[in-house]
Design a binder for this molecule. Structure first.
Ligand code: IMP
Ligand code: MG
Length: 183
């Protein structure tokens, strides 16, 4: 694995993630199993793809899956506060029950804006969020997140889909990056 000397410590292990993803999958199954219409799951690229793949194999409900790529970050590790749609959905969400699957909620800016867009202009019937990770101490705007895998302290983490400069996504554990890696 590239640059493993830049990893400070393992925060959440592969097996802890697997156990939690199972629990979340069961909860999400309960929520949607009698909802009548097929929910649409929106994975937020690129960070959420590994979480989405594991989570959806623990959800026992038929769903549509689509992806969006949105960006609220420049090159660094702080939020710029604006959202840009880099890749849009390939189907309409009008009248649909939407489950957003995200890697991490940090400031909350990305998801609050995305939720507003989907419920407003795009006419979704409902929007529920599941994120693998949340950093509550970093929140700048409030956003309801129904299914959180793990609340973590304010540290920059990588692995299990999360990157720093496109690196470390395929680490199996969630790890804390050494500050010297991005300072
Ligand atoms: P925010 O909630 O709008 O601040 O942005 C969340 C997005 O920032 C996530 O989807 C990630 O792409 C990125 N992000 C925030 N914190 C981290 C981190 O610790 N590691 C990797 N990406 C992060
Ligand atoms: Mg992201």
């Amino acid at each position: 694995m590239e640059h493993t000397d830049l990893i400070k410590e393992t925060l959440i292990t592969e097996s802890q993630i697997a156990e939690r993803v199972k629990e979340l999958g069961a909860q999400i199954t309960e929520r949607y199993k009698n909802c009548g219409n097929r929910p649409i799951v929106i994975g937020i690229l690129k960070g959420a793809w590994i979480y989405l793949a594991d989570l959806m194999r623990q959800v026992d409900v038929d769903v549509d899956i689509d992806f969006m790529s949105v960006s609220s970050y420049g090159g660094g590790t702080t939020t710029s506060g604006s959202i840009t749609i880099v890749k849009d959905l390939s189907v309409s969400v009008e009248g649909r029950d939407v489950l957003i699957v995200e890697d991490i909620v940090d400031s909350g800016v990305t998801l609050s804006r995305l939720k507003t867009l989907l419920l407003g202009e795009r006419g979704a019937k409902s929007v529920v969020i599941s994120t693998l990770l949340s950093k509550p101490s970093r929140r700048q705007v409030h956003v309801d997140v129904e299914y959180v895998g793990f609340e973590i302290p304010d540290a920059f983490v990588v692995g299990y889909g999360l990157d720093f400069d496109e690196k470390f996504r395929t680490l199996r554990d969630v790890c804390v990056l050494k500050e010297e890696a991005y300072k």
